[in-house]
Design a protein around this ligand. Structure first.
Ligand SMILES: Nc1ncnc2c1ncn2[C@@H]1O[C@H](COP(=O)(O)OP(=O)(O)OP(=O)(O)O)[C@@H](O)[C@H]1O
Ligand SMILES: [Mg+2]
Length: 256
């Protein structure tokens, strides 16, 4: 029975991530004031919001690098008490705003480092080779430059490497902090096309963005974060047509 369509549907109905009443901040300065959101397995969920809204703070709290209060359920289990390393082991990955690459190391070595989560049970040279091929398949530019040091890459290539490195750990939840930041429109389109293609791998993506237009195009569900609270949420297509979102985030005056 466990392989029947019904039971697999039941398993899939548990959200991969459920956040309820999350409070987080820096010392006494609270930034997130009771935020709730959830992500279904295999979906792309975006959190859009202006500078300083608390987007990176949210990802820091989810990753466990910032203290927080509230309910954090991942695969139906609480991760609130887990350390950063334990969350990584469970399959949560973050590509931070800074990309955090090792500039003097080659692209391929940066990618290899991304697989360290799997070293315990699954690590084997052949497995890494297959994972590398997969990442190079997504990002052919990285393959061409695999012996080049990460410090010599363009902004778009650095973002590709940062995403590729996170994928080497085979995450279930991939969190991306403003992957379009500082990139030319053509490269932004390329990065978002790759995010769209990642759906096929089954990974769940939490995409934090100021580029609301691109983010809502690729996402299934969206949340609008304003000064530490969710102001609006809904299916991404519906949000993209909401006059409040259009006026503030998609209109002629808003950042494209
Ligand atoms: N290390 C820190 N110490 C104190 N306050 C901080 C710290 N980092 C961020 N903040 C404050 O927390 C608030 C939210 O910041 P956060 O970086 O989460 O915003 P953001 O939505 O990611 O913005 P951006 O789009 O500019 O990256 C801001 O008021 C910011 O000044
Ligand atoms: Mg940020």
């Amino acid at each position: 029975m466990s392989s029947s369509p019904l039971s697999s549907r039941t398993a899939d109905s548990t959200p991969l991530l459920q956040v309820r009443d999350l409070h987080a901040g820096y010392g006494r300065a609270e930034v997130l004031h009771g935020l709730s959101l959830q992500a279904e397995p295999g979906s792309v969920v975006t959190v859009i919001g202006p500078n300083g809204a608390g987007k990176s703070t949210l990802l820091g709290a989810l990753m466990g690098v910032l203290p927080s209060r509230g309910e954090l359920l991942y695969q139906g289990q609480s991760i609130a008490g887990l350390t950063l390393e334990q969350r990584v082991e469970r399959g949560i990955a973050l590509v931070p705003e800074t990309r955090a690459l090792f500039g003097s190391m080659s692209i391929e070595d940066n990618l290899r480092l991304g697989s360290y989560r799997l070293r315990g049970a699954l690590w084997a040279p052949r497995a890494i080779g297959a994972d590398l091929d997969e990442v190079y398949g997504l990002f052919p530019r990285l393959l061409e430059r695999r012996r080049q040091t990460a410090g010599t890459l363009s902004g778009g290539e650095r973002q590709m490497l940062a995403i590729g490195r996170a994928l080497m750990g085979k995450p279930s939840l991939l969190m991306l902090d403003e992957p379009s930041l500082g990139l030319a429109p053509l490269i932004v389109r390329e990065i978002f096309a790759i995010i769209d293609r990642l759906r096929a791998t089954g990974v769940t993506i939490l995409l934090v963005e100021q580029n609301a237009r691109a983010a809502l195009e690729v996402a299934d569900h969206g949340y609008v974060l304003e000064t530490g609270d969710i102001a609006l949420h809904g299916p991404a297509r519906q949000l993209a047509g909401d006059p409040r979102v259009i006026d503030t985030y998609l209109g002629a005056m808003a950042q494209a």
